[in-house]
Design a protein around this ligand. Structure first.
Ligand code: PLP
Length: 381
């Protein structure tokens, strides 16, 4: 389909097989599918029909996987029960026990835990390094290294991964690359088109967009994703049809939401940079021509009581997630990065004054006013 992104994102729904022509895809809320006779059943195993048992495949999860694959320009996708299970399935497709991963040390807290604690217990070795310097990545590559793992936009400091350089390095050593594209979404970045093999999403965030589901998707090269799909079936980390349907409904407005949220965030970031009570503002200078994303990380000044700042944010709620249509605020040291040791926190640069803002679709004047109010109220005179 040669349509533009904004058209594809609305129209990437299933071809209706049903005799009832509903405008939207029905929810196939079923654990299994039925067969008229043994010949029909046999056809499933010969590959002539698609569905047998929902853990192995369901029209709603397939619809979501195909949509995200299409939006990323990838060959194939699989939907999973969460962002974490999407990351796990992708990694297990690329790396076997006895092999090694070089990963960015500033990845999402849950991913950091998966890489540093869970995978080594399965015999997969991991080295976490600072990905902002290519030489450090190269120095960590071993003879059994199979995968370079990072995120397109990191949390909470919004470092923009240099995808070109990473792919070139991986090519030189014949390694796979996998990036978590949750913060940027396919609206801003399409790493597959730059040569990245696997792209993971926490669909819980922008793809769903309404903070009402937990879901994941991994897309990429045909063979790797087919392997990831087998892992999902075997481990039982499939997504439920209803969650897939809700995610697909949210996905249709991805362009509208990301466009508004990114432009609001740019205004808020510019405003906060002028604010003397804010020590530093982390917001990318450039992510894509469509915008720079909607997450801003603030370093509050020493004159600000963080506790009072949170208390004074009336309608901006403290929420340990991001990407919903509402503006929310979170506190990395007590949530996403809680499991890090003091040394790790210091290395990554997270302290008590760091606050993360997820900018929503509200009128940006109101967002600025609320932040201004909370900053003023939180000033320790
Ligand atoms: C939230 C998040 C995850 C984990 O996703 P879940 O859906 O909570 O499992 C992974 N990566 C990033 C960047 C995230 O923000």
């Amino acid at each position: 389909m040669s349509h533009s992104f904004d058209t594809k994102v609305v129209h990437s729904t299933l071809n209706q097989r049903s005799v009832v022509k509903s405008k939207t895809t029905p929810i196939y809320q079923t654990s299994a599918f039925s067969f008229a006779n043994l010949d029909e059943l046999e056809k499933y195993f010969e590959g002539e029909s698609d569905y047998l048992y929902s853990r192995m495949g369901n029209p709603n999860t397939d619809e979501l996987a195909a949509s995200v694959a299409q939006l990323e320009g990838a060959e194939r996708g699989v939907a999973t029960s969460s962002g974490m299970s999407a990351i796990l399935a992708g990694i297990l497709a690329a790396v076997k026990p006895g092999e090694h991963i070089v990963a960015a040390w500033d990845v999402y807290g849950g991913t950091h835990h998966l890489l540093s604690k869970e995978l080594p217990a399965f015999g997969i070795q991991v080295t976490l390094v600072d990905f902002s310097e290519l030489e450090r990545i190269e120095a960590a590559i071993q003879t059994n290294t199979r995968l370079l793992y990072s995120e397109t936009l990191t949390n909470p400091f919004l470092r923009v991964e240099n995808v070109y350089e990473l792919v070139a390095l991986a090519d030189r050593y014949q390694l796979y690359t996998m990036l978590d594209n949750t913060f940027a979404t396919p609206y801003l970045l399409n790493p597959f088109e730059l040569g990245v093999d696997l792209i993971a999403h926490s669909a819980t965030k922008y793809l769903g967009g309404h903070s009402d589901i937990t879901a994941g998707v991994v897309v990429g090269r045909e063979q790797l994703v087919a392997e990831a799909e087998q892992k999902v079936v075997a481990l039982g980390t499939n997504l439920s049809p209803h969650e897939a349907w809700l995610t697909q409904r949210g996905l249709k407005t991805l362009s509208l939401r990301m466009s508004k949220q990114s432009s609001n965030a740019q205004v808020v970031a510019d405003f906060l940079r002028e604010e003397v009570l804010v020590e530093d503002v982390h917001y990318p200078a450039y992510v894509s021509e469509k915008g720079n994303g909607a997450i801003i990380t603030l370093e509050l000044g020493e004159d600000i009581s963080v506790e009072r700042f949170f208390e004074s944010l009336g309608w901006i709620k403290i929420t340990p997630t991001l990407a919903g249509v509402e503006t929310t605020v979170s506190y990395p040291i007590k949530t996403s990065h809680r499991s890090l040791t003091d040394e790790q926190l210091e290395a990554v640069g997270i302290d008590e004054q760091i606050v993360r803002l997820s900018v929503g679709i509200e009128d940006v004047k109101d967002i600025k006013a609320e932040l201004q109010h909370a900053l003023t109220a939180a000033e320790v005179k």
